[in-house]
Write a protein that binds this ligand. Structure first.
Ligand code: GDP
Length: 630
């Protein structure tokens, strides 16, 4: 094949093709040069890829949705030019009309331009290059069953690490504190418990680097220990187990280790991977070792942050103080936060007037992994809200206004969470489940039955299982893990019901085990990719092409079978597939019809404006064949 023939097939001129081939290291001399068929095929693919790449890289930022006029300006075209293209697609539009985003993108593509949503003010501000990447302290949260000693342990660590000079000062609870040790620093979030932990995560704030799971040595693992573990596991955070109260005569560390082995937390000295440490919050035994283990784990995680950029942080706590106004504890995650900085935080903003730590000391500037209470916001933000520094007051206001607007819009639409019905569409291959049942026996039975439903393609994954009513903590876990909550012969706490409603989370309860299993089975079946079968309906041949104001219509004859409006089709030219789409319009004389049969003439439009006489159009239907779990 000669280059000029190939260029014709590709719809570009030979000069352009020769240039492209040069770029692709396929040097050819002239439009008369000859290439063999295989090479021609390769060239076709390469050129298509190159075109695609060139367009992808040719980005213009716009504000969607865009009007015909604005699009014309962005594309450097006359509006009439855009209207013409729209017409060829069978669409009538006015100059000031806003276009569907996809359509605008398509038009831009035909000019080899890729449209992209202009970054928001917020994105613009947050996009800064890395300036000073350095090591940062690990952020640690304590979790575990009530009364196993989380608070006592935090208190002990804090007191034992305060230096002589700091002693006697006023300590205040601000929700987090940082301890400086010989080999490094550690930041503790001192609102322990997995509910706070997951509530923060649900708001997009994964602040914890390491979880300390506290288990009392005399009581061992309790339901809330497992719950806490499930929450930590979902967050994919490393866990260190602190076996507390080893000072008690009834303490039984081996028993705890054995129990840990059963829930997939096999201790290191039992051949597993879980780091454990016996401690006493009362005598302080083992606490230093625990701190060393935390630092070691921190090293392994290789935690780094940019110390140079303007600060980004997360709200840990917030409250209104009489006389002082709104106070918020911020954990700085990146950059430096300084007195006088203007910040945006949730739907509030302000200038930082004062910064105070848990020991009552004032600071001028703080860095990553520092928790600090700030004064100056014009309202109390919610834990989990992001804070960041903005260049000026007007940017702050612009961002806040936009957020308030978004908030308003959001309230009108229900939040999107996993629903059983949606599973098929989402293409997920794993159905995550939170399972609550009335007694342990049924829990096991349901779990086993669900396990049997799994195949190579789909499976159910039990994120958390426990005996008892469905609680707010289950709802939170469901929110962050996108799990469906199933209850078997259990109720739903009133507060959990409210929370679920508010967050748009689905809770399903059952009294009969087979109903539960059946529903899970159909959900899993919905997740199997359906087989698609193509059913040939007919073929038409294009006899004459008419350019009408509404687009291109092909005067054709049905040569085989029949043609139906809305059916899928493929345009074939000289045995090659040129275009695939749908039969958009179908006419007999002047009338729109649904179907035309073999041997009959008709007019049709398929949304392609370069139809040619002699083109063949294959018409077919695609059938989805639902699959069943075998
Ligand atoms: P939390 O609910 O996990 O925060 O547990 P707390 O810290 O409130 O502790 C519950 C109870 O256990 C309190 O009465 C503590 O004094 C006691 N406790 C905590 N740690 C220890 C310990 O290491 N040894 C002993 N003997 N008692 C402890």
């Amino acid at each position: 094949m000669r280059i000029y023939e190939l260029s014709k097939q590709l719809g570009i001129d030979s000069k352009e093709l020769i240039e492209k081939l040069q770029k692709l290291n396929f040097p050819v001399k002239s439009h008369m040069s000859v290439v063999d068929d295989d090479t021609a095929e390769i060239i076709k693919h390469e050129v298509a890829d190159l075109n695609q790449k060139e367009i992808e890289e040719n980005v213009i930022d716009v504000d969607f949705p865009i009007t015909v006029k604005d699009l014309a300006v962005k594309l450097n075209q006359k509006p009439s030019e855009i209207l013409k293209i729209l017409m060829s697609k069978g669409k009538m539009a006015m100059i000031n009309q806003t276009l569907d985003n996809k359509l605008a993108q398509e038009i831009a593509y035909s000019f080899k331009i890729n449209l992209r949503q202009k970054p928001s003010k917020e994105e613009e501000i947050l996009q800064v290059g890395v300036q000073e990447l350095k090591k940062r302290a690990p952020v640690v949260t304590l979790m575990g069953h009530i009364d196993h000693g989380k608070t006592s342990l935090l208190d002990y660590i804090r007191k034992s690490t305060i230096t002589q000079s700091e002693r006697g000062g006023i300590t205040q609870h601000i929700g987090a504190y940082r301890v400086d040790l010989e080999h490094g620093s550690i930041t503790f979030v001192d609102t322990p418990g997995h509910e706070t932990f997951t509530a923060m995560r649900a708001r997009g704030a994964d602040i914890t680097d390491i979880v300390i799971l506290v288990v009392a040595a005399e009581e061992g693992i309790k339901p809330q220990t497992i719950e806490a573990y499930d929450h930590a596991k979902q967050a994919d955070v490393p866990i260190i187990v602190a076996i507390n109260k080893i000072d008690l005569p009834t303490a039984n560390v081996d028993m705890v280790k054995q129990q840990l082995s059963k829930i997939d937390l096999v201790p290191e000295d039992w051949g597993g991977k879980t780091v454990t440490q016996g401690v006493s919050a009362k005598t302080g035994a083992g606490v230093n070792e625990l701190l060393e283990l935390i630092l070691l784990q921190g090293e392994l995680l290789d935690l780094k942050a940019d110390y140079g950029r303007p600060a980004v942080g997360v709200v840990i706590e917030g409250h209104l103080s009489k006389g002082r106004g709104a106070l918020a504890t911020i954990l700085v995650q990146e950059g430096q936060l300084s007195l006088g900085d203007i910040v945006v935080c949730g739907v509030f903003w302000g200038r930082i007037k004062a910064m105070q730590d848990d020991l009552g000391r004032f600071h001028q500037k703080v860095y990553p992994s520092c928790p600090i209470e700030v004064l100056g916001l014009d309202g109390v933000p919610t834990p989990g809200d992001k804070l960041f520094v903005v260049p000026d007051e007007s940017s702050a206001k612009e961002i806040i206004d936009r957020r308030k607007e978004e908030e308003k819009n959001k309230r009108q639409t229900t939040p999107a969470h996993m629903r059983l019905e949606d599973l098929g569409q989402k293409g997920k291959k794993q159905l995550k489940v939170i399972l609550k049942a009335d007694v342990g026996g049924t829990l096991e039975a349901v779990e086993q039955a669900l396990g049997k439903l799994s195949t190579q393609e789909v499976e159910s994954d039990i994120v958390h299982k426990a005996v008892g009513a469905i609680s707010p903590s289950d709802v939170l876990l469901s929110e962050v893990s996108d799990a469906v909550i199933f209850g078997f012969k259990v109720g739903v706490d009133a507060s959990a019901r409210d929370l679920a409603k508010q967050k748009g989370i689905e809770i399903r309860t059952y009294q009969i085990v087979y109903e539960l299993i059946d529903e899970v089975r159909s959900a899993l079946e919905g997740m199997l990719t359906p087989h698609i079968r193509r059913v040939f309906i007919g073929q038409v041949q294009v006899k004459k092409v008419f350019k009408l104001s509404k687009g291109i219509i092909a005067g054709s004859i049905v040569t085989k079978g029949k043609v139906q409006r809305g059916a899928q089709c493929e345009l074939m030219r000289q045995g090659e597939k040129i275009f695939s789409g749908r039969i958009d319009t179908l006419k007999r004389f002047k009338d729109e019809v649904k179907e035309v049969t073999e041997g009959t003439e008709c007019g049709l439009g398929i949304g392609y404006d370069q139809l040619e006489e002699g083109d063949l159009i294959d018409v077919f239907r695609e059938e989805k064949i639902e699959r069943k779990l075998s």
